[in-house]
Design a binder for this molecule. Structure first.
Ligand SMILES: [Zn+2]
Length: 150
């Protein structure tokens, strides 16, 4: 290729087709390869029906792929939103549990809970005063819970 470029000292961009012909002229194998390539390039015009079917199939598959990708993108976005909503709700529930003195894992509903063994209903633990103040202000619905907590 460098030799071919060197043969073109005019600085003009070399014509690829001319380059190929020059290379083929000096190499019988290259000439044969070029004949094969030209034969392949000419083949589709001989029979129009098969390429049309293929083109239609490719177009249809491409459309279906695009639609699938769009659905996947949408579902991924929904999954992320659900995950984020779950995370926020879980955080809010554990803060509420702390404010109410409940088990933040099961709220006293799971006898096999490692945190409370099912005894962590609201008021069973000393409520977190800061969390209570933050969530309920001065009008705490569990104002007396700490007094009753033993
Ligand atoms: Zn629990």
């Amino acid at each position: 290729m460098f030799e071919a470029a060197a043969l073109n000292p005019g600085g003009m961009a070399p014509d690829p087709a001319q380059l190929m012909q020059e290379m083929a002229a000096g190499d019988p194998r290259m000439a044969m390869l070029m004949q094969l390539m030209q034969a392949q390039r000419g083949e589709p015009s001989n029979d129009d029906s098969i390429p049309d079917d293929r083109d239609n199939l490719i177009a249809e598959l491409s459309e279906r792929l695009d639609a699938s990708e769009a659905r996947l993108t949408k579902m991924t976005r929904i999954a992320r939103q659900l995950h984020e909503a779950g995370r926020v709700a879980s955080l809010r529930l554990s803060r509420l549990a702390a404010a109410l003195g409940a088990c933040g894992i099961c709220w006293g509903e799971d006898p096999t809970c490692l945190g409370c063994r099912g005894r962590g209903r609201p008021g069973m633990m000393r409520p977190d005063p800061e969390m209570r103040a933050e969530l309920f202000g001065t009008q705490s619905p569990v104002r007396d819970a700490s007094k009753h907590c033993h």
